[in-house]
Design a protein around this ligand. Structure first.
Ligand code: HEC
Length: 396
């Protein structure tokens, strides 16, 4: 009996599982602690140094949490830290990037029509973006701009959009969108690793040594943790964007604009929740959802306006079959000829017309509206062929 084990696919599955679990735990703690912070209320009866308290009920019991302005006078016997959620999310995310996009650079990372990079060049560019954008973010936060929340927010948005623009010039669309998510995720994890946790450690060390901790340390950590909170929703959507290739129809010129919609809408929705948790009611809560809905509609109409060019002439069945046989069936067959796949990817078989009709909407999304398929356009599918395939599918 002979069999092959698709190790890379198994590694991808296991690491993705870990990445999801760690990410959910991290975002859960981020949402919870920002909520907790905003739910604090101060009362005159609070003990010395206590900034506010919050009561909640969950799982059959009442919880009573108090926050100290800087730190309690004495170190508690047991102190819980929240850092491994962030570290494991980044480590597993980076491992997944390596397994999917670095091992599969020619399929997933490189789009020769954009930039005909060698895998080593593409991987170098990927690492350069992750490290470079974090360094620029760190410099922005520490510069005078960092003292003004609105100026910093606009600068970080511009940094993200400039990266998005450059990434869509050199990588395939799905890699570019994923990298914007990955570089935001890297900034968020670095905030925990380089600022939040070290600052908290300094406060703890001061307490143990009987010194008064510097309140600026806590304030800086809180600023970064708030940035992380605002970035969570955009990151989540960017991470799953590969499943919705219509998002890629902005292409090389307008991909950054699609990402701008996502980042701003996600931030605005977070702002609604943060304002609500802080006790805001009425008019201060009135604008966020309408703005987010308008942004979403703007995105939907923008993408629709870039609808695919379909062929003007009728396309014969034979021609449609010829196109999918040339460009799709190498991978999308019961027994793929492409040795990278042990089964038809995504369970999608495209070696006959009935199967093509069954997957009509998906094929239009992947190959007509966007250029997500064929993967890495290794077969060199042309715009004319996409228009012909679209025309045939629409006529069915
Ligand atoms: C080099 C191999 C390869 C070629 C060639 C290829 N695909 Fe794919 N296809 C894949 C892989 C891998 C996936 C799974 C994508 C993922 O991991 O998200 C996929 C997934 C899909 C899906 C399912 C997406 C979903 O909704 O989950 C569709 C539809 C699809 N391809 C259509 C096409 C069409 C149409 C062509 C030809 C024009 C084509 N593919 C050519 C590798 C290929």
């Amino acid at each position: 009996m002979s069999f092959t084990i698709p190790w890379v696919e198994w590694a991808s599955l296991m690491i993705r599982w870990l990445h999801l679990a760690a990410g959910i735990a991290w975002i859960g703690t981020s949402f919870y602690f920002i909520w907790l912070d905003l739910s604090l209320r101060s009362r005159s009866s609070l003990a010395k140094g206590v900034l506010g308290e919050s009561w909640s009920v969950h799982g059959g019991g009442f919880y009573h949490v108090q926050k100290y302005a800087v730190a309690p006078e004495e170190m508690p016997a047991e102190l819980h830290w929240f850092k491994y959620e962030a570290y494991f999310t980044w480590l597993s995310g980076f491992a997944l990037l390596v397994v999917v996009y670095y091992f599969g650079a020619t399929s997933y990372l490189i789009d020769p029509a954009r930039a005909d990079l060698a895998p080593s060049e593409a991987i170098g560019a990927s690492l350069g973006f992750l490290i470079g954008s974090w360094l620029i973010y760190e410099a922005l936060c520490r510069s005078p701009i960092g003292r003004s929340t609105p100026a910093l927010a606009v600068s970080v948005l511009l940094l993200i959009l400039a990266s998005a623009f450059l990434l869509t010039q050199i990588f395939s669309d799905r890699a570019a969108f994923l990298h914007v998510g990955a570089l935001i995720g890297t900034i968020m994890s670095a905030n925990v690793f380089v600022v939040i946790i070290p600052n908290q450690k300094k406060v703890v060390a001061d307490l143990v040594a009987g010194r008064t901790p510097d309140p600026a340390l806590g304030a800086q950590a809180k600023q970064r943790s708030l940035h992380n909170n605002y970035l969570t929703l955009p990151v989540l959507l960017l991470m799953v964007s590969a499943h919705y290739p219509m998002l890629f129809s902005g292409g090389v010129h307008w991909g950054w604009l699609v990402i701008a919609f996502i980042v701003v809408a996600g931030g605005v929705i977070r702002h609604f929740f943060n304002t609500h948790h802080a006790g805001g009611r009425g008019i201060v809560l009135a604008w966020q959802w309408p703005v987010a809905v308008l942004l979403a509609l703007g995105l939907i109409f923008f993408i629709a306006s870039r609808g695919p060019a379909l062929s003007k002439e009728n396309v014969s069945d034979n021609r449609a079959l010829e196109i999918v046989t040339t460009h799709c069936a190498g991978c999308h067959a019961p027994q793929p000829i492409n040795t990278a796949f042990s089964a038809p990817p995504g369970g999608v078989v495209l070696d006959n017309l009935d199967a093509l009709r069954r997957h009509s909407e998906q094929v239009i999304a992947q190959s007509v509206i966007s250029h997500a398929m064929p993967l890495g356009n290794t077969t060199g599918m042309t715009i004319t062929e996409r228009a012909e395939l679209g025309q045939w599918l629409r006529a069915q």
